[in-house]
Design a binder for this molecule. Structure first.
Ligand SMILES: [Zn+2]
Length: 459
């Protein structure tokens, strides 16, 4: 007898929706059937969508290093509440995840707080050696992130954005040369290189005090993104490595990516709900809460990103969940506000809404679940509801709207750029490996349930 049967929902499995029962044993899906025998625990999903849990490929847990902004407990509570059952954490925590030792230490520390499963990115520094990549890959890092223009502070082992390259405590940022140098090691492992793609030389040239939103757009022009994407395209084509461009924000960046692909580059593209929903006009309402790197741009950029997502030129939607304290965001000037916004909790609802309006619901499931799971080597354990997959199940009511308000959010930073939006779906129940971790938008899971998911590389 199955431990859990989720009965009668509209299940998204093998590329389509159908009314079915999902059977769960030992935390795994053991069947998707039309008339399953009774289970020990029965859940009635009539009238609900039953979807694979989202895999948010781009979050900043801030843990360890910045407990006042977020930790793995608050991150994964927010994730669970929103139907994200795997968070994939970026390596710019303290210390930066630049070696196998740091990777294992971080995994151990944060798993004590994790309510849902997690995976980790490794960091590339200008001094990273092939042996460092080897160690991180052996530990199960999903890939390697390079922050162009971000230096490494030796004293506290932190990755920091800077334009001051004379500080003796700072190790030079990784540049295109670093990536070319490390390409053979990456290609040999078939490892994924993820890059924050804003060309630092352009940013340095255009840096200015930010008095208003126009200054932010001028300081980080779309051409900086397009130049970085074009350079990454050349690096991919010439060295045969797979490059993932995170948080793509502009029509110019998209054109550069399309051209690079035509020329033979292996590029995957990610964008986020913030770039798909908002434009520069929203800054009048949101103020410096809307300060993000790269910035939210103009209507034509949003239209181009939506179009690219619908036709499959953009591969995944991930949030770049990047919380700060209220003091670092609210009541600050454009200059002083910290860049970033929380977002993990609204990933699924906002993407389903885009899917319903512009494509179909199945496409939205692929953007946030199956496609990132495949990209990061976590499929078929994650990203699908099929026999053998982890029973990460999200039950969604397609007829009950959810209003995004700070009061109902669970990240430590409750105000985000989607404040005030309403989406026509509600998260009713979330299961992580068959265990209920959220109910009606409230986290009910246990810290410590979440486990590290390691990517396995072929030899
Ligand atoms: Zn990020």
């Amino acid at each position: 007898m199955a431990e859990l049967v989720v009965r009668g929902g509209s299940v998204y499995s093998r590329g389509r929706f159908r009314t079915a029962d999902v059977l769960v044993e030992d935390g795994r899906v053991v069947g998707v059937e039309s008339k399953a025998a009774p289970g020990v625990e029965e859940v009635d999903a009539t009238g609900l969508l039953v979807l694979p849990g989202a895999v948010d490929a781009h979050v900043h847990s801030r843990d360890p290093g910045f407990p006042e902004k977020e930790d793995f407990g608050s991150l994964t509570a927010a994730a669970a509440a929103g139907g994200v059952t795997t968070v994939v954490d970026m390596p710019n925590t303290i210390p930066a995840v630049d070696s196998r030792t740091v990777f294992e230490e971080k995994a151990e520390t944060v798993s004590a707080l994790a309510m849902v499963d997690f995976a980790l990115w490794g960091a590339i520094r200008s001094t990273t050696a092939p042996a460092d990549l080897e160690g991180l890959a052996a530990a199960g890092s999903v890939g390697f992130k390079a922050y162009l223009g971000y230096a490494f502070r030796r004293a506290n082992r932190q990755i920091v954005y800077t334009t001051d390259l004379d500080d003796p405590d700072l190790e030079a940022p990784p540049d295109y040369g670093t990536l070319v140098q490390l390409a053979p090691a990456l290609a040999g492992r078939r490892a994924l290189l993820a890059v924050h793609a804003e060309d630092p030389s352009v940013l340095r040239r255009f840096a200015r005090p930010l008095r208003d939103y126009r200054d932010l757009l001028a300081a980080r022009p779309a051409v900086a993104e397009a130049i970085a994407v074009a350079a990454l395209g050349v690096i991919s084509r010439e060295t045969r490595i797979a490059v993932h461009v995170v948080h793509l924000s502009s029509a110019a960046g998209l054109s550069a990516a399309a051209e690079a692909r035509r020329a033979g580059a292996r590029l995957t593209l990610e964008t986020g709900p913030q770039y798909l929903w908002l434009t520069d006009a929203d800054q009048r309402r949101l103020g410096p809460l809307m300060k993000l790197f790269p910035p939210i741009r103009r209507e034509l950029d949003r239209e181009a990103l939506r179009e690219a997502l619908l036709v499959g030129e953009i591969d995944i939607v991930a949030t770049d969940h990047a919380p700060h304290t209220d003091q670092e965001k609210l009541d600050r000037s454009w200059d002083d506000a910290a860049p970033g916004s929380p977002g993990v909790e609204t990933l699924y609802l906002s993407s389903l809404e885009l899917g319903r309006r512009w494509a179909d619901l199945g496409a939205a499931v692929r953007w946030v679940s199956e496609a990132p799971a495949r990209l990061l080597g976590l499929h078929p354990r994650k990203g699908v509801i099929e026999r053998g997959a982890d029973a990460d199940l999200v039950l969604i009511d397609p007829n009950r709207p959810t209003a995004v308000t700070a009061a109902r959010m669970h990240s430590r930073q409750r105000h985000g750029v989607l404040d005030g939006r309403q989406f026509g779906f509600a998260v009713r129940a979330v299961y992580s490996r068959g265990v209920l971790v959220a109910s009606d938008g409230e986290p009910v899971g246990r810290p410590g349930h979440g486990k590290l998911v390691r990517r396995r590389y072929g030899s």
